[in-house]
Write a protein that binds this ligand. Structure first.
Ligand SMILES: Cc1ncc(C[n+]2csc(CCOP(=O)(O)OP(=O)(O)O)c2C)c(N)n1
Ligand SMILES: [Mg+2]
Length: 216
């Protein structure tokens, strides 16, 4: 029998609420936490597993995606390697083919492993890739800003993600707001192979989120 917990449920409830608030700082545009919430509202009950890459987007993604079963959110914890979400989603989709897998990834991380999309195509794996498109290695950019350094080596430049997906024979959508994302997710659920949704985000709250979560 487990010993009686000495955790204070009220304090715990307060702490969780505070952490959720820290990753949900509103912006004037389409913020990453809203991407997670809108995508999860439709997808969380439909997908077998969700995978998350490394970067600023992982803070709202891991905190806000509802997970009801052990091992259903996969992330490279500790080493936090980029380029993890898509290959991990391929593994998860091979293990369980009945339900789709959601892969939540930054644009930088996806670029590191994009060739794997061809593997997913070849194996007809139902993977819904959601790219947090901010044309930046945001987590590193924020750390540079925190040290009052000018941005260096963090800008990705423009990428037409739906066109890139199409060149792989993969269906793609661009969502710049909640209604577009909701519609794209709905259509993505009907795909019988991999597909890709570019969520064009406003990353202006990442600095405040990171300061709140990590204290600097
Ligand atoms: C293989 C690897 N290289 C470098 C890093 C260091 N790193 C952590 S987050 C990050 C930027 C991630 O950019 P992106 O994928 O666009 O996500 P964003 O931070 O913009 O959400 C980098 C370079 C890493 N974690 N893994
Ligand atoms: Mg990025």
């Amino acid at each position: 029998m487990l010993p009686v917990s000495d955790w204070d449920p009220e304090r715990l409830h307060h702490m969780v609420g505070e952490q959720l608030r820290q990753v949900s700082i509103p912006t004037g545009g389409f913020a990453a936490h809203r991407v997670v919430e809108v995508a999860a509202a439709r997808l969380a009950s439909q997908v077998g597993r969700v995978t998350v890459d490394a970067g600023a987007h992982m803070l709202p993604a891991t905190m806000l995606w509802p997970v009801s079963e052990p091992n259903h959110l996969l992330i490279s914890n500790g080493l936090s390697t980029m380029g993890f979400a898509l290959p991990a989603a391929i593994g998860a989709a091979l293990v369980e083919r009945t339900r789709p897998v959601a892969a939540l990834t930054g644009d930088g991380g996806l670029l590191m492993c994009l060739g794997e999309l061809l593997t997913a195509v070849r194996e007809s794996l139902r993977i819904i890739v959601v790219v947090f498109s901010d044309a930046s290695l945001s987590l590193i950019e924020i750390k540079q800003q925190a040290r009052q350094l000018p941005p260096a080596g963090v800008s990705l430049g423009a990428i037409d993600w739906p066109a890139l997906a199409a060149s792989f024979g993969v269906k793609g959508w661009r969502a710049s707001g909640e209604v577009e994302l909701d519609r794209a997710v709905d259509e993505a659920l009907a795909c019988d192979g991999p597909c890709l949704i570019e969520a064009k985000i406003d990353r202006s709250n990442y600095g405040a989120t990171l300061r709140a979560v990590r204290g600097g």
